[in-house]
Design a protein around this ligand. Structure first.
Ligand SMILES: C[S@@+](CC[C@H](N)C(=O)[O-])C[C@H]1O[C@@H](n2cnc3c(N)ncnc32)[C@H](O)[C@@H]1O
Ligand SMILES: [Zn+2]
Length: 301
């Protein structure tokens, strides 16, 4: 059985120096610290296996301490190579190059997942979220970060006539090619329609502005951020939002599909796909996948 899945364009990070330029040299210690605060409040204390979608260079990975295993998935092999350098050869980690629109995992392979600063690049987020639900166990926790189009700055700019798109309408806005801001209500709807129950939402990066970074020390900014996250998340007007949801149990039919398999063939959907490095071969469609220098490559060329 060949599974037809649309594969929209991927925002290409191959060879990108994003980690150094954006985070290390870009003066983003405040944004990084603000995410730490949100993750601390949203992450479960522990679990078996967490899937990190769009993991990049592994900036957030050390924060998933409570999990026995973490699989880092990213389309860019150079981002994953940086993640390997950063995290070392810890056996807890598995590195997978794949498209979030064609996930190479069997049903129920994970009991948790995160996707941070990645929905942002998806023109068809619904396809990726539906794929994710398939490889999560019932009651798995999913922490999703998205860029919020209805943030205070865009509201003010719209009211002052400096921005032509409305921050209040449900459609995503593509402000640069393959860079999208989403309306909070649309993201919530997408999650519930794909079998997730919304648990908790935290607004993040309230003070993301050069002015605050100039006049306030980092510690004070993060103290204020903590206060704002706790008191004003209900308004959902910050530039970034973290949403924790839980995968609704899927009933008997899904339970019948229960498997010990971990990989599935992203080309045809067949599982189990035996983990036989340096080459994995799908016994149904014959597609082969390489394991090289610590990275499984499931990208379909
Ligand atoms: C802005 S970076 C964020 C990295 C990391 N989550 C962080 O917060 O530091 C976005 C990442 O998403 C990955 N990405 C974008 N589109 C993807 C897709 N369709 N499939 C898999 N990864 C994708 C990029 O390669 C990049 O590493
Ligand atoms: Zn196959």
């Amino acid at each position: 059985m060949t599974k037809e899945i649309n594969t929209p364009p991927v925002c290409d990070y191959e060879g990108s120096d994003y980690q150094d330029k954006f985070w290390k040299e870009g003066g983003r210690a405040y944004e990084d610290g603000a995410e730490v605060l949100a993750l601390k409040r949203l992450l479960p204390v522990g679990g078996k296996h967490l899937l990190e979608l769009g993991a990049g260079a592994g900036r957030n990975t050390p924060r998933y301490q409570g999990f026995e295993r973490v699989t880092l998935l990213d389309y860019s092999t150079t981002q994953l190579q940086q993640a390997i350098q950063y995290l070392g050869s810890d056996q807890r980690y598995r590195f997978v190059a794949a498209d979030v629109y064609r996930l190479p995992f069997a049903p129920r392979a994970f009991d948790a997942a995160t996707m941070i600063r990645t929905l942002h690049h998806l023109s068809e987020p619904n396809i990726a979220i539906a794929q994710l639900r398939e490889c999560l166990a019932d009651n798995a926790v999913f922490i999703l970060e998205f860029a919020n189009k209805r943030n205070l700055k865009s509201i003010l700019r719209y009211w002052l006539g400096k921005q032509d798109w409305s921050p209040f309408t449900p459609e995503a806005v593509e402000f640069v090619e393959l860079n999208f801001d989403f309306h909070p209500a649309s993201v919530r709807k997408m999650l519930t329609e794909n079998g997730f129950h919304l648990d908790k939402e935290i607004s993040v990066s309230f003070l993301r502005a050069a002015f605050f970074k100039r006049v306030m020390p980092l510690g004070l900014m993060l103290a204020k951020e903590n206060f704002l996250q706790r008191g004003f998340s209900w308004a959902a007007i910050s530039p970034s939002i973290f949403l924790r949801s839980t995968a609704f149990p899927q009933g008997q039919e899904a339970l019948d599909m229960q498997t010990e398999a971990f990989f599935r063939c992203p080309a045809c959907g067949h599982y189990p796909l035996a983990d036989t490095p340096p080459e994995l071969k799908c016994e149904q469609c014959g597609q082969t996948y390489e394991f090289k220098d610590g990275i499984y490559d499931f990208r379909l060329k």
